[in-house]
Write a protein of this length. Structure first.
Length: 396
């Protein structure tokens, strides 16, 4: 079927974090919220149909996970990414962030270090620092003209310093890089050399843009996979984050046993009845929606870049290879992170994510969500343009 991503859906009064918590986040409820990473698109019809059918049953007792659930995930990964995922390696978690936090607790002791690559999703800091005595070490990505690469000299030095765990983001949020197979192998082999396990957060892996192809860590060598815990989900892909379910893949039985044992001890080891049917429907019947959504988001991003280049040249962006998130370089506006945030909220009336959250030593960047009807992005850009011109004058 043909989906309409220009459809305007009022999300207010549905307990949406993006809309109903604007006052809490920004101090005002009149901003256009382009911040938190969920979409303003209705999900695929087969997913909605599956959930309606489940609701109509009328009984919502405990559920068990059928083999078909894991088989659907495995078939989707093979179909989309060439990853021959063994269903027996999959564990359930309510979300990748809670899963990573538990893995940090398991692998890292007080006084030990975890390596991340910044700028990166802010929760990578939080899943480490939530545990007393654990320390974040940063391998800062190198940027030139909006393109980011890995500083492998620094990466190895940090591994040598005695870190106990490396958390990888692939594709990378917020910069939108898809790491190449060669980059992944090099990182993986260095981690093996220094006996550092890897957590690979691949929640954005399905969100490939402009013909770019992401390499799933699960397609690499058995040796590298054995040292890596892979995290993926249908939630980001199909706008199902509120259902809270993901898959954590282990190629070592002892690691899987430790992980599963922790969550079983808390009695958090199964889907709820709606996420069970929604995830399977997404993996089996969501490709048509996903392909159309990615095309629409890709055009959204082109629209934003062309508008910025033409109307607001002080703000720059590079088209990402994946995700529906745009990393905006606002350094030419000459503001620190606090001033920049206040400028967008109070003068432009647009709510974005502050770049300092993604790298604590960083100023001058913001993250914008492109998974919105295009009219909303156009309105936000017009408001930003007006605010820039009112503050700095019209650019020539």
């Amino acid at each position: 079927m043909k989906y309409n991503f220009d459809e305007v859906i009022d999300r207010r009064d549905f307990n949406s974090v993006k809309y109903d918590e604007r006052m809490k986040k920004f101090g005002t409820d009149d901003v256009i919220p382009l911040w938190i990473a969920d979409m303003d698109f209705r999900t695929a019809q087969p997913i909605i149909d599956a959930m309606i059918k489940r609701a109509e049953h009328g009984i919502f007792g405990y559920v068990s996970k059928p083999l078909s659930y894991k088989e659907a995930a495995s078939e989707f990964q093979l179909r989309r990414h060439g990853w021959k995922l063994d269903p027996d390696t999959m564990s359930f978690a309510v979300g990748i962030v809670p899963a990573m936090a538990e893995l940090v607790r398991e692998f890292v002791q007080p006084g030990e270090k975890v390596l991340i690559q910044t700028p990166v999703y802010p929760e990578f800091y939080n899943v480490v620092e939530v545990w007393e005595g654990r320390e974040v070490v940063e391998n800062k990505l190198l940027e030139k003209d909006g393109w980011y690469v890995i500083d492998f000299v620094d990466f190895e030095e940090k591994l040598k310093s005695g870190v106990k765990l490396f958390i990888l983001c692939n594709p990378h949020n917020p910069i939108g890089r898809i790491w190449t197979k060669e980059e992944l192998v090099k990182m993986g082999e260095l981690c093996l050399k220094y006996n550092v396990p890897v957590i690979s957060d691949e929640i954005h892996g399905d969100l490939e843009l402009y013909g770019n192809k992401y390499t799933a860590f699960g397609t690499l060598s058995e040796e590298l996979k054995k040292n890596t815990i892979i995290c993926f989900a249908a939630t980001k892909t199909f706008n199902l984050a509120g259902l809270q379910a993901c898959s954590i893949v282990f190629h070592r039985a002892d690691w899987k046993k430790r992980f599963d044992g922790f969550w079983s001890g808390l009695d958090i080891h199964r889907n709820n009845c709606f996420s069970l049917v929604a995830m399977e429907a997404a993996w089996r019947h969501g490709d048509e929606w996903l392909d159309q959504m990615l095309e629409y988001v890709g055009e959204n991003m082109r629209f934003v870049k062309e508008y910025l280049d033409r109307e607001i040249p002080q703000i720059k962006m590079t088209l990402p290879q994946a995700t529906y998130l745009m990393w905006l370089d606002c350094r030419e506006l000459g503001m620190d992170s606090k001033e920049l945030n206040e400028f967008f909220v109070k003068k432009a009336k647009v709510g974005l994510n502050n770049g300092k959250d993604f790298c604590r030593s960083l100023d001058g960047y913001m993250r914008m969500n492109a998974a919105h009807p295009r009219y909303q992005l156009k309105q936000a850009l017009e408001q930003i343009k007006e605010a820039v011109e009112a503050t700095f004058g019209r650019s020539e």
